[in-house]
Design a binder for this molecule. Structure first.
Ligand SMILES: NC(=O)c1ccc[n+]([C@@H]2O[C@H](COP(=O)([O-])OP(=O)(O)OC[C@H]3O[C@@H](n4cnc5c(N)ncnc54)[C@H](OP(=O)(O)O)[C@@H]3O)[C@@H](O)[C@H]2O)c1
Length: 290
């Protein structure tokens, strides 16, 4: 069992959505929490909220697209807060457009945040876990990492990569004899705003998930050392359907409306830089601890 009491938990993308709820839940379970995000104002609000609740919380502003900034921030976290017991790679972005409408910059950013940042944070923080003989690496992937769909070519590809990253890391750690735990999380759509406008064709089997429910399940999975958490359970069916010939597989996916779910997608209208066609990566934000 991975305990939260007095554990040092680092969460990326902790200024909003699931990351913020995970920080709240981990702190409520007695953890010391370190929050990373590019959103300085959101981070400040999250840290203040946790501080008012009596938690030991620190926040660091960093753009996860910037490898050297991630490495420098990880070094600062280790120096200021000590080794990390539970690393939750949660930050993610979505473009939500047909392939030919995605800008080059948006595609690159999707892979930088959803995939490459996993490498930079884990490579920076895993050595201290190995040295202490304990630690837990959590990858928030997606159901989109188990099956592809329309308007999500970059997102699905980046989340398939995240699932592959977790699986390879898990096997490698075992092979090398390091007792570090891993958990990969593959949720269906969650009502955080990131996927605003998506529809589900079968709300009973594939409901849009509530953020508090998802965060609670993730914390429970970490505590229970579950290697994989897929929500809702019906999403696991995609793994079974994979044994079918591809024509049949596609027909099953179409039947469940998986190719149409994104038709009404608008995403976070308030945060253009990640979803839009910007070529320059959006406005500059400050870096440092808040
Ligand atoms: N929502 C869903 O339906 C859903 C379903 C399955 C899986 N997931 C996954 O769950 C995770 C959390 O999603 P969520 O719905 O909570 O999203 P969210 O509310 O948009 O939160 C993501 C956080 O990550 C931050 N972030 C994005 N790019 C960053 C960067 N380059 N550097 C640092 N921070 C960055 C965002 O900052 P800004 O606000 O400034 O962009 C935001 O605070 C993601 O990995 C997502 O892919 C979500």
């Amino acid at each position: 069992m991975t305990g939260f009491r007095d554990a040092h938990v680092l969460i990326t993308g902790a200024a909003s959505g699931i990351g913020r709820l995970l920080a709240r839940g981990a702190a409520a379970r007695g953890a010391r929490v370190t929050l990373l995000d590019r959103d300085q104002a959101g981070l400040l609000a999250a840290r203040l909220e946790l501080g008012l609740a009596g938690a030991d919380a620190a926040a660091f502003t960093v753009d996860l697209c910037d490898r050297s900034a991630v490495q420098a921030t990880a070094a600062r976290v280790l120096a200021a807060r000590g080794p990390v017991d539970i690393l939750i790679n949660n930050a993610g972005v979505v473009t939500g457009k047909p392939l030919l409408e995605c800008s080059d910059a948006a595609i690159e950013r999707t892979f930088q945040v959803n995939t490459l940042a996993l490498f930079w944070t884990v490579r920076a923080l895993l050595p201290a876990m190995i040295a202490r003989g304990r630690g837990h690496v959590v990858t928030i992937a997606s159901a989109a990492g188990l099956g592809g769909t329309s308007r999500l070519t970059d997102y699905c590809a980046s989340k398939f990569a995240a699932v592959g990253f977790d699986e390879s890391l898990r096997l490698e750690l075992r092979r090398l004899g390091h007792p570090i735990r891993t958990t990969v999380v593959c949720p269906w759509y969650i009502d955080t705003g990131m996927f605003r406008g998506v529809r589900t064709s079968f709300p009973r089997l594939l409901p849009i998930l509530q953020p508090d429910y998802v965060a609670g399940r993730i914390l429970g999975a970490i505590q229970g050392n579950r290697r994989r958490l897929v929500m809702p359970r019906f999403v696991m069916a995609v793994l079974l359907v994979r044994i079918l010939p591809l024509g049949l597989y596609d027909a099953v996916m179409r039947f469940f409306g998986v190719d149409r779910n994104m038709d009404g997608f608008s995403g976070r209208l308030d945060r253009m830089p990640h979803g839009g066609n910007d070529e320059d990566g959006g406005p500059e934000r400050g870096r440092g601890s808040v």
